[in-house]
Design a protein around this ligand. Sequence first.
Ligand code: NAD
Ligand code: DAU
Length: 347
Amino acid sequence: MENILVTGGCGFIGSNFIRFLLARDDFSGRIVNVDKLTYAGNAENLDGIAARYPNRYIFEQADICDPTAMGEIFRVNDVDAVCHFAAESHVDRSIVGPDAFIQTNINGTFNLLEQARARGDRLVLFHHVSTDEVYGSLGPEGRFRETTPYRPNSPYSASKAGSDHLVRAYHHTYGLPVTVSNCSNNYGPYQFPEKLIPLVILNALEAKPLPVYGDGTNVRDWLHVEDHCRAVWAIMQKGKRGRTYNIGGDCEKRNIEVVTEICAVLDRMSPVERPRRELITFVADRPGHDQRYAIDFSKIRDELAWAPRETFVSGLEKTVRWYLDNHDWVARVRSGEYQRWVDSHYG
Ligand code: NAD
Ligand code: DAU
């Protein structure tokens, strides 16, 4: 892998992945970051990277659904591997407006697969980053395995499931060298503050209500984003082509526990008069809200020797610290000012 096309590299996980990969000793190639810069994409997430790695990193603002633009980017950069993060990623938005999810997650993935196929033998890997949500909702027992049948419940997870099926079909039909990863909930730096953990951190800092959907008993399996990046890279390097790997944190928490823990961490790091847990407000539930996700990651552990390293407590403390230290980033992301920053940097 000499010229890796990373899609969605200005988003939360993509930007963490690019920083992670460029700093490693076992990768000396180039990264071409393609991002449309939707509301969730922020070129500032990779501020300084082009200057630090002038011959190894380039950014192209483009839509993965655009065949002409993507064909040119594959050709000019002699792309030999793809790591595909770009997606519409927020479940609540998919309920309000599913169109963009179908366009980017299904049609965009289809377009990338076609571009990859056109590269013939030059293409050594198409890694597709997916989610545990494709498996649907668990009862109180059991965990998702790679063999669990798909039962997506939201427009978001259905669109990700559709993209997973396309990737699988391109391997089976055309022999495209693919790998797929289905990961649980990530948290860490640069996460857009519409997702639970950054939303609660920032609301709590401003003494705003902390919205908990339903009764707060829904369970997610939390993984620090750096552990996810390490897993994706392990799969890209050593994963068997055609295989799917589940990635999880062995860290099941009810939402109310997560929110309470964030309040406790904030109260320690940035004390205020009244405990922040008093801001917790139960609100109307998300329609079709999946009750529980939990990942069995024994396959990636046994085949690729991967396991999560960060504990929830240490990961959460680091994440809270990052949001405390980066209030300018937060202000720009929330105000739309970062769009002006993007315009001034990229014209
Ligand atoms: P994100 O919303 O933070 O970032 C998505 C990025 O994709 C943004 O930079 C956006 O500008 C870009 N993008 C969107 N549409 C595009 C298009 N048409 N063309 C080019 N770029 C486009 O998402 P994230 O949380 O970083 O998630 C990245 C991937 O990981 C997604 O595929 C998501 O399904 C998957 N995933 C996320 C999580 C999680 O907890 N966040 C967990 C498992 C899997
Ligand atoms: O499981 C992996 C998925 O995790 C990824 O594929 C998605 O891209 C990512 O957004 C995430 O999906 P969730 O819906 O689980 O994440 P979110 O942060 O939106 O919500 C986490 C839980 O918290 C969920 O049960 C809904 C609840 N929630 C969320 C918000 C935004 C609240 O109770 N209040 C809130 O305000």
